[in-house]
Each structure stands twice: as structure tokens, then as C-alpha cells.
Design a protein around this ligand. Structure first.
Ligand SMILES: [Zn+2]
Ligand SMILES: [Zn+2]
Ligand SMILES: [Zn+2]
Ligand SMILES: [Zn+2]
Ligand SMILES: [Zn+2]
Ligand SMILES: [Zn+2]
Length: 342
């Protein structure tokens, strides 16, 4: 049974009485086609459907007919009761051209009238003994061609008109003068099969070209992937280096700021201390001079005044230092330059 997996819809793998053949030669069931309608392309190969979003009008007759034939085969093999489609007696024969079961009597009639039209009714027991493949092989031999003239449906078709590319019965060939250049219909079907075979053979060469190109593209895609990966690594590595460099710079600059700050703090502290000393000396001199004027004897004035005067003169010489050094603490020129350079 697995031999006939190919009869299923190629998309959903379900059996369907309505298999359609797309122009890409994929076979899909009606429900898959309906589901796929919005995209307007084959879900297997993405080829655009030339019928737009509609459902193609080419039935896969081969698959549909094979499915029907297999159904009959199963019915025969399953061993249930079979009945003559004419008289409801036990069915002993199956004619795949009439698509009917026949009892022994009806079979004899059938043989008398239809045998010459190449109907080949088979014994049910023989079908049951053979494989499904044998059965399908057998039904293939029975001609199911019908004349292209609809009033000749029951006529045996044996000719092919090259002029209008149609299958014909002998009556058409004899009576209808529009036809000409006949050949045997079997020769024509054979020729058509061979034509397809040759075309597929030629396509095989093209296929190997496509396969080679496919491999090349795959290779190109892989190489692109690799190049991208490598570039990504280079970028990451370089950025990491730069980040490390900048962190180092940061550390050095912070150290620089720290030492600068420490230095400034020390200098200012010294300055402040100096100022405090000066102020205390001034206060002391004011106090001493005031007490001199209040309580000193003349002798004491004569003895001490020159010494005090000298000290006051020293004090007078002093200039406040803060005014001239205002710019000192904000001087981070080196840091600024290094930041600029980053
Ligand atoms: Zn399907
Ligand atoms: Zn397709
Ligand atoms: Zn028949
Ligand atoms: Zn019968
Ligand atoms: Zn005809
Ligand atoms: Zn013709």
C-alpha cells in the first residue's frame, strides 16, 4: 500500500477525490488549495499560481482514477459479498471498462457483445489472487479512449488525426472529410509518453546545473555568515581594547586630580595658618600698644618703644596672600588636555 503514497495530496498527505494539478506539477487537494488561496502560490515550491488565487482547472486524472481503481481492488480483496450490477446475483467478474461487477450470466452476455470493443472482464478470484500492482497493470491495457465526437461514445477508438490532434473512431475517419493524416492511436499515445520521457531526460542535465548553482549559493551564504562572524569578533575585541584604554586613562586622571587636590589643600592650609598668625600678631600689637598708652612709665616707653616699633614696621610690610593666588585651586589644565585627546 505504501507504493501508492504518491496518490495523496502532496501538502497534507490526505486522500482526496478532488486532486488538482498545478502548473508547477505539484498535486494538491481542494482544501489545501483553498487554505492557500490568499498567497496565490504553491505551498510546496512557492511558484506563483497563474490562475491568480483561484483553483486550477486541471484535475490530476491519473491520481483520481488510480484512487478509484484501488478502491475497487480493496473492495474485491477485502472479501465482502459482491453483487452483479445488472441483476444483483453474486458478482464473479469485474469489467474495468464498464466499471461493473457481473454475474456469470451477465458476463457471458457482456463477452458476446462487448469483447470486440476491448472490454476485458476479469474473474474476481483472479484479481483477489494478484497484487494491487498487477491489477492496475491489467486495467491499463484496456482501452478507455472515447471518440472526440460525443455521439460516438460507444465506438472503439483506434485512430489519431494529426490535423486536429484528436482521437477518432473509424466512422469519423471514413465519413468526416475534415480529418486527414491519420495514425494509430496507440502510436500517438506512445509518442506522447516518449516525448515527456525525452524532455525529462533533457531536464536532468539542467537539473545538475541548478544543483551546482544551488551548492555555490549555499557556499556563498556560509562564507558570508563566517565573514560576518569574524568581523563581529574583530569589532568586539577592538572595542574591548579601547574600553580598557579609557578605563586606564580614567584611573590616571582621577589619581592626578586627587594629588592636585591634596596639594592645593595643603597649600591653602599653610596659607590659612600663616594668616591666622598674622592676625594674632596684629591683635597682640594692638593690645600691647593700648596697654602701653594706658599704663607705661616714661622709662618703660624709652626701653621698649624701639623694639615694638620694629615689630609694627614688619607687620606693615606684610601683604595679604589670598588676593594673588585665587586661580591656583582650579588648575586642571593637564586633565582637560587629556580629556580632549580621548
Ligand atoms: Zn491537501
Ligand atoms: Zn509547486
Ligand atoms: Zn465491460
Ligand atoms: Zn447479472
Ligand atoms: Zn467517432
Ligand atoms: Zn481531424
Amino acid at each position: 500500500e505504501d507504493d501508492f503514497q504518491f496518490l495523496l495530496c502532496e501538502q497534507c498527505q490526505q486522500e482526496s477525490p478532488n486532486l488538482k494539478l498545478l502548473t508547477c506539477l505539484h498535486t494538491l487537494c481542494r482544501s489545501c488549495l483553498r487554505k492557500n488561496k490568499p498567497t496565490g502560490q504553491c505551498p510546496m515550491c512557492q511558484m506563483a499560481n497563474p490562475q491568480g488565487s483561484g483553483i486550477p482547472n486541471m484535475d490530476n486524472l491519473l491520481f483520481t482514477n488510480l484512487q478509484a481503481k484501488l478502491k475497487v481492488y480493496k473492495k474485491i480483496v477485502d472479501g465482502g459479498d459482491l453483487f452483479c450490477d445488472n441483476c444483483k446475483k453474486a458478482g464473479e467478474f469485474w469489467c474495468s471498462s464498464c466499471k461493473e461487477f457481473l454475474c456469470t450470466n451477465c458476463f457471458e452476455v457482456h463477452q458476446r457483445y462487448l469483447k470486440r470493443e476491448s472490454h476485458e472482464a476479469k474473474r474476481v478470484v483472479d484479481i483477489r489472487a494478484g497484487s494491487a500492482k498487477d491489477y492496475l497493470e491489467g486495467t491499463r491495457k484496456t482501452s478507455d479512449l472515447s471518440c472526440s465526437n460525443p455521439t460516438h461514445k460507444s465506438q472503439t477508438v483506434s485512430l489519431y488525426c494529426n490535423k486536429c490532434e484528436k482521437a477518432l473512431c473509424c466512422i469519423c475517419a471514413l465519413l468526416d472529410s475534415q480529418h486527414g493524416s491519420f495514425c494509430d492511436i496507440r502510436r500517438e499515445t506512445q509518442r506522447r509518453q516518449e516525448e515527456l520521457g525525452t524532455m525529462v531526460q533533457e531536464l536532468k542535465q539542467k537539473r545538475s546545473v541548478f544543483e551546482a548553482t544551488y551548492l555555490m549559493l549555499q557556499d556563498a551564504a556560509a562564507r558570508l555568515e563566517q565573514a560576518q562572524g569574524e568581523m563581529r569578533e574583530v569589532i568586539q575585541e577592538r572595542v574591548q581594547q579601547l574600553v580598557q584604554l579609557i578605563r586606564q586613562e580614567e584611573e590616571e586622571m582621577l589619581v592626578l586630580v586627587e594629588t592636585r587636590q591634596e596639594q592645593g589643600r595643603r597649600e591653602l592650609a599653610r596659607e590659612l595658618q600663616h594668616m591666622e598668625g598674622v592676625l594674632q600678631r596684629m591683635e597682640a600689637s594692638e593690645r600691647l600698644v593700648k596697654n602701653m598708652s594706658l599704663y607705661a612709665t616714661e622709662q618703660e616707653v624709652m626701653d621698649m618703644q624701639p623694639f615694638i616699633k620694629k615689630s609694627l614696621e614688619d607687620l606693615k610690610q606684610l601683604q595679604p596672600a589670598a588676593a594673588r593666588d585665587q586661580t591656583q585651586p582650579g588648575d586642571f589644565a593637564e586633565c582637560r588636555a587629556r580629556l580632549q585627546a580621548l
